[in-house]
Design a protein around this ligand. Sequence first.
Ligand SMILES: Nc1ncnc2c1ncn2[C@@H]1O[C@H](COP(=O)(O)OP(=O)(O)OP(=O)(O)O)[C@@H](O)[C@H]1O
Ligand SMILES: Nc1nc2c(ncn2[C@@H]2O[C@H](COP(=O)(O)O)[C@@H](O)[C@H]2O)c(=O)[nH]1
Length: 196
Amino acid sequence: MSAEPGDQSNQAEKRLIVLSGPSGVGKSTVVAALRREYPDVWLSVSVTTRAPRPGEEDGVQYHFVSDEEFDELVAADQLLEWAQFAGNRYGTPRAPVQARLTAGLPVLLEIELQGARQIRETMPEALHVFLAPPSWDELVRRLTGRGTEAEEVIQRRLETAKVELAAEKEFDTTLVNTSVQDVCGELLALMAAPKV
Ligand SMILES: Nc1ncnc2c1ncn2[C@@H]1O[C@H](COP(=O)(O)OP(=O)(O)OP(=O)(O)O)[C@@H](O)[C@H]1O
Ligand SMILES: Nc1nc2c(ncn2[C@@H]2O[C@H](COP(=O)(O)O)[C@@H](O)[C@H]2O)c(=O)[nH]1
């Protein structure tokens, strides 16, 4: 079915940007830097069963929910996508994303690989951006240096990182996070440009 003049549904889908990449590569850092400079960039706030890290606030970095609450969101079909990652569950609340897209406003999702794959299936017009580390050793340094996970969790995330790095070719484009400032500029340019 082709879109009618004035129908923004097709255009709106093109405004959906999915940012993915291995744990510790710098996704949150890049998005935070981008939003400091451009506060209008809207990032979906995910739900998670993970415990908050020191300094994280409910409703800001995540909506922190119990396993039972997460089950209820899944059962009620309120998540656009969701996945199990390193022992916790994460999902994108459907309603706020759909409201933004229907209004023709851009949406940024920062999610892991399984969720990105679900979005590719359900919303094929989304632009998928892979954030890659400059090297494996630098990824390990960043994830370890962040100091937020126990050694066992770091190892689990690094095992998953190998799978995620192997999936880079599934993405529309790759940005290498050597400099946060450079990647912000590149991401901003991608967000402004229609997908071709
Ligand atoms: N370009 C960069 N150069 C050096 N350090 C960086 C760079 N980008 C991010 N970092 C650092 O790497 C660490 C991991 O960054 P961040 O938490 O943003 O990763 P992430 O991809 O969001 O991880 P996760 O998927 O686990 O949430 C942080 O300590 C951050 O300060
Ligand atoms: N599939 C989804 N993945 C998500 C979502 N929100 C965040 N994430 C990703 O989970 C991992 C771990 O995050 P952390 O905050 O515990 O380090 C990371 O790759 C995030 O991008 C989501 O809604 N769906």
